[in-house]
Design a protein around this ligand. Structure first.
Ligand code: AMP
Ligand code: ZN
Length: 112
């Protein structure tokens, strides 16, 4: 499969790893939109949140916990945002499920 994030998780495309375990991999976004902008992905290829099944519930929780752990290690005590863009109208550009962890500046609401 020709998936850029699968290749990143496998180490075939370079990335700045910030966290990894048997289920998840996290790395710096190449085009950061905040002082801290990290992508948390499952090692398993899941195309999007919409494609995640009941069998992925534990994995989805694992990714959320990993994001919170990274945020703490990055010193984001004042807060942060976790975003999952899904589908065309959701603004998704890469078809491998990923959580955006963003922090280090005041976020606004609603997002664009
Ligand atoms: P989304 O638009 O929600 O699908 O997010 C995809 C994100 O992946 C964007 O923020 C991109 O900047 C980021 N991205 C794409 N290719 C790479 C790469 N090779 N390394 C790191 N981040 C990437
Ligand atoms: Zn993939």
């Amino acid at each position: 499969m020709d998936c850029v994030f699968c290749k990143i998780a496998a180490g075939e495309i370079p990335s700045t790893a910030v966290y990894q375990d048997e289920l998840a991999y996290a790395f710096g976004d190449i085009n950061p939109k905040a002082p801290v902008h990290i992508l948390v992905i499952p090692r398993e290829h899941i195309g999007s949140l919409d494609e995640a099944g009941v069998g992925h519930r534990t994995l989805l929780g694992h990714l959320m916990r990993a994001a919170a752990e990274i945020a703490r290690k990055k010193g984001l005590a004042k807060g942060y945002r976790v975003v999952v863009n899904t589908g065309d109208e959701g603004g998704r550009t890469v078809d491998h499920l990923h959580l955006h962890l963003m922090g280090g500046r005041q976020m606004t609401w609603p997002p664009g």
